[in-house]
Design a protein around this ligand. Structure first.
Ligand code: EPZ
Length: 419
């Protein structure tokens, strides 16, 4: 199994470019099933989650050309020959559940494995199913699969008990071809939802309110092929910003959208990390004086993003003083804390809160990536740690960060990937 070997890397310097956003790409790929015409999507890094979802669509008869060099993908779901996804493949990646809405709307049926829990939580799909049943679908679970069917979907008003990103995306996709109007109340307002809505509207969908907590979709008869460039990945950008801060470097992050980064920039500035807007999509991140301990609470957008919790914990673990993190979105998203403690971090977990006593230095050792963002957090700690760190199970990290070791090496980091 591949590993990252990382040595102390003080003062990262230079320019790094964030890639296309994984959490916008996945629902957009799912949405291409809504039309038999060709869709072209740009700014798609060949992340393992993207490859996995494309492979699932190919198994269903969808034709896909992925130009990995140009990071663009052509998808044509002219004939969907299978409505059941592979148990093994779908079980590995939660986002596979996002194709349910599109299959329901296009074919009136889908047989998809329950997207089993993952390290950070049980990851239920009750809100997805609540939305689909409001649109007239009937579902049952057997042998680990959800079998869902519907005649023509009928628009309705749907209240989400929690502003679930995936449920909002799945219901929005299904509602584009439903009869009548669908209103999603307490919808997620993440930037990725806006990007998906942009793509759906290019296909001919009628959507308003995306980016707010009430989204209205008026069903149309047919959707058409479209071309779209995916938004920049705000979490990858945020991860590189923390890399600059934790190594007391001076890094220019390109291909960012400042409006998506507001909650991250707010907390970086509270910690005394300096940021400077150099251009519309270019931010400089550097440190001048001592960094300050802070408290942060993860919340649905526009609150602080849960996906930045682990990277931020790494930074706070080396800032003198007491910091506090409260994770309100997922029930088990502190797994990385145990690995950080192996490096000398002083972290006390009490249910959904982590109390962090900043230490002068972390020391390198052997650690395991526990999940995607927890793994990214370990890379950040290793850059600041004294001595060598070896991170295993890096397949978690490669789900959401394309060639992160090459990007960090360009900034002066001492990081190698060894098979
Ligand atoms: C998306 O996951 C992202 N993944 C996650 O990013 C991100 O952390 C999360 O949104 C929150 O922003 C993708 O977009 C592929 P949710 P999703 O549904 O849709 C509960 C990463 O690292 N819930 O908003 O699964 C759920 O248990 C990944 O890139 C229900 O109770 O997140 C959780 O506690 C990790 N019932 C909370 O809502 C449901 O039917 C938020 O989940 C659905 C969700």
């Amino acid at each position: 199994m591949a590993k990252f070997i990382i040595g102390t890397s003080k003062g990262l310097k230079g320019n790094v470019c964030a890639g296309g956003c994984k959490n916008a790409i996945l629902p957009i790929i799912a949405a291409t099933l809504l039309t038999e015409e060709e869709c072209i999507i740009h700014s798609v890094p060949p992340l393992s989650d993207v490859i996995a979802l494309c492979s699932m669509l190919c198994d269903m008869g969808v034709s896909i050309q992925f130009d990995e060099k140009k990071e663009s993908i052509q998808i044509k779901a002219q004939n969907i020959t299978k409505l059941k996804t592979d148990y093994e493949k779908a079980g590995k990646m939660r986002a596979s559940f996002l194709i349910m809405g599109a299959l329901l709307a296009r074919c009136g049926e889908a047989i998809i494995p329950l997207p089993g829990g993952c390290p950070i939580g049980s990851r239920p799909v009750d809100l997805h199913l609540k939305g689909f049943s409001a649109l007239g679908a009937k579902s049952q679970q057997s042998h680990g699969f959800i079998h869902i069917t519907s005649k023509k979907l009928q628009g309705d008003k749907i209240y989400l008990d929690f502003p679930s990103v995936g449920a909002t995306e799945n219901i929005m996709i299904a509602a584009t071809l439903a009869k009548g109007v669908t209103t999603i109340v307490n919808a997620a307002a993440e930037p990725e939802i806006i990007d998906l809505a942009e793509f759906l509207k290019k296909m001919g969908a009628n959507i308003t309110g995306e980016g707010t907590n009430t989204i209205t979709i008026t069903g149309v008869k047919k959707l058409f092929g479209a071309e779209h460039t995916v938004m920049p990945d705000r979490i990858e950008a945020g991860t590189f910003m923390i890399a600059a801060a934790i190594t007391k470097g001076d890094v220019v992050v390109e291909h960012v959208r400042e409006k998506d980064l507001k909650p991250i920039l707010a907390k970086l500035s509270e910690a005394n990390v300096k940021t400077q807007k150099l251009d519309e999509n270019v931010l400089r991140v550097y440190t001048t004086t001592k960094l300050q301990p802070i408290s942060l609470k993860t919340m649905p957008f526009p609150g602080f993003p849960t996906d930045m919790q682990a990277p931020f914990m790494s930074l706070l673990s080396v800032i003198k003083g007491t910091s506090m993190i409260t994770e309100t979105v997922f029930e088990n998203r502190f797994l990385h804390a145990g690995e950080l403690q192996r490096m000398g971090a002083k972290i006390n977990i009490e249910s959904r809160s982590a109390i962090i006593e900043g230490v002068d230095k972390l020391t390198g050792t052997q650690v395991k990536a526990t999940d995607l963002r927890g793994g990214a957090g370990l890379i950040l700690s290793a850059l600041a740690a004294e001595g060598k760190t070896e991170i295993s199970d890096i397949y978690h990290i490669e789900r959401g960060y394309y060639e992160i070791e090459k990007k960090l090496t360009k900034l002066g980091a001492d990081i190698q990937k060894v098979e």
